[in-house]
Structure formats: C-alpha cells, structure tokens
Ligand binder design. Sequence first.
Ligand SMILES: [Fe+2]
Length: 369
Amino acid sequence: MANILEIPKKVIYGRGSISVIGSELKKIGNKFLFLTGKSSLKKSGHLDKIVEEVKKYDLEVIVITGIPSEPNVDVVYQICDKITGNNFDGIVGIGGGSVMDMAKIIAFRLKTKLNPIDAKGKEVEDALPIIAIPTTSGTGSEATKFAVITDDVVKDKFIIMGSALIPTLTIIDPELTFTMPPLVAASTGIDAFSHAIESYLSRNSTPIVEYFSKSAIVDIYNFLPEAVLNQLESAKERMAYAAFWAGVAINNTKTTLVHAMSRPLGGIYKIPHGIANGILLPAYLRFNAPFISDEKYKFLKNTLGGDPPEKVEELLKKLNLPTKISQVVREKIDLDLLVKRTLEAKFNVENNIRPVKEEDVYNLFYEVM
Ligand SMILES: [Fe+2]
C-alpha cells in the first residue's frame, strides 16, 4: 500500500513571522492580490504593516477587503470583475477559512477561467500560487486542498478540491489570532477539534496522519478553554499550531459524517460551521462508538478524561457554545432536505468508520434537534 502525505510546500510559523512576507512573496513573483475579511485586520493595524512590508520589496499589491464569512459564488464574480486586466503572480488570503478558501477559488478561476460550480465533484488541476495566512485557529484551510463555497440559488455549500489548491506558502503567525473575539475563537477551535477527531476516526487514517490528529486532539482539548475563557496568548499560540495539524490531518484523510451533516446546516440555515460541528460531535461519537477500535477509544477516553461524547458536551458548555440546533435556528427545520444533502456528500459519508444508512442520519439529526 502506498500512502501519500500532502502538505503545503513551505510553512513559516512563529510569533512575528508575518514580517517575512515581503521577502517570501518576492521569491514567488511581483504582483499579488490580497484578500482579507471585514475589518479586524485593518483595525488591529496588521493590514497596514503587512502592506508596508510588502512595498519594501517593490511588490505590486491590490488589496480587497470585506470578504464576508461563508461567502457565496457571487462574491467570486464580484472580485473577478474588480480585478479584470490584472495579471497576478499569486493570491494571498489573510483571514479565517472563508477568506483563505476565497483566495483558493480566485486562484483557480484566474488560472483556468472556469466557474467554481463547474469544478464541483471534479479534481481541480490548476491554480495560481496560493499564499494562506490564517487569523483564526480552526478551519485548517492553510494546510488543505479544499475550498468551501455557498451556492445561494440551491442553498447548498459545496467543496472544490485538488492538490493545486494546497497553499504554496503558509504563514502561521499566532499574533494575528490574538484579537479574535471569544465566540469566533470558540467556534473555530471546535471546528479544528472536529477535524482532529474525524481524521483520527476516518477510514483513511494512517499511522503518520494519526500523529497529527492525536497531537491536535490533545492540544485543542487542553488549550482551547484557556485561549477562549482566559484569553491566554500562550494558549492561543498552541491553538494556531494545533489547527494547522488538524488541517494537515483532514487534508490526507478527508472529513467524515460530522462535516457531511454540518454543511447543509450552514448552507440552508446559516449555522456557522464550527458551531454546527460542535452540535453534531457528541452524537457522532455515540453513533460510531461500537466501531471505534479499542486502542483509539482508549486514547480518546484518556485524553478527554472520561466518556468522549459527554466530555465533548461539557467542553461545548464550558465554551458557551450551543449543543442543540433549536438553540440557533428559529425557523422550521426541513429534515428531509438535511438528510438528502448529507447523503449527497458521498465521500464524507463513505469515509465514516461506521457504515451510514439513511435512517441513521435521520436519527442523528433528531438527537441534536
Ligand atoms: Fe471544518
């Protein structure tokens, strides 16, 4: 059996490591598109410093701010309209998962001229160089070949994926995550926790990937509460690295049933990704328990200090995160549609350690309603 470990080509990390951005971009090219989120990077002063740094190296930069969280395909076309006529050497995404994913999709679109919807379910073969700089500790997009986007017409989130979407350069500067609001830190942290657990329990798990999954499970469980509740910078730093390890892990195993079920909760009911994963995680662990090997179950039990589903529920409550869908959605839930969309995410469902039947998905959604 030949396993492949796919990771970003170059990862620069450490507090203050963003200062090398100019010299590193110069090695890739001369003209870059920078994408960032709404305003926090600007407010914290980091964006101005980054642009200043880049200009020292005579690089030409166009900055587009205001990428919304969980964006739809229209945002891709709006950005492409704004930048027509420019030839970029790379696309830089500085922000949370939505921004980094947008950088990947723009890099794909500019290089291939294809629409993201046309890439649904196919391997993406080409893209401009992608530079990923996370400002949250969760999504793992800085380590993966995945980009998620929403199609508002059919109210669906979908993934485009391919090795061409793995960042050419990733810079993890934990200081960029220090100003994250507690709710964002909690929900993105739980997304990373879900990546770590799902990759560990995935059918595609291998001894090398397990190393990343296990390290991430241990660190996230130990440091996320301190990062969120006590705003401890050392804990936030550990979270920045653990989210990356969890990203490396899912990049090589893919996610499983939690992500298959959380995607429609985001696409249809706009539940933020990490919050949806958190709601599903305890039920997922209970459902899979009889199929988890003794060795893996023992590791989870020892790390979390008790029954895994209960301990995850405790963690969610400690972080003030919801544990039921009814706590975040007021409208009537279309259960049939949620189940249909879950089962359409075939590669996630088939990757689940316990074979999943339609009635299982109904039961799991009932359990977290
Ligand atoms: Fe995720």
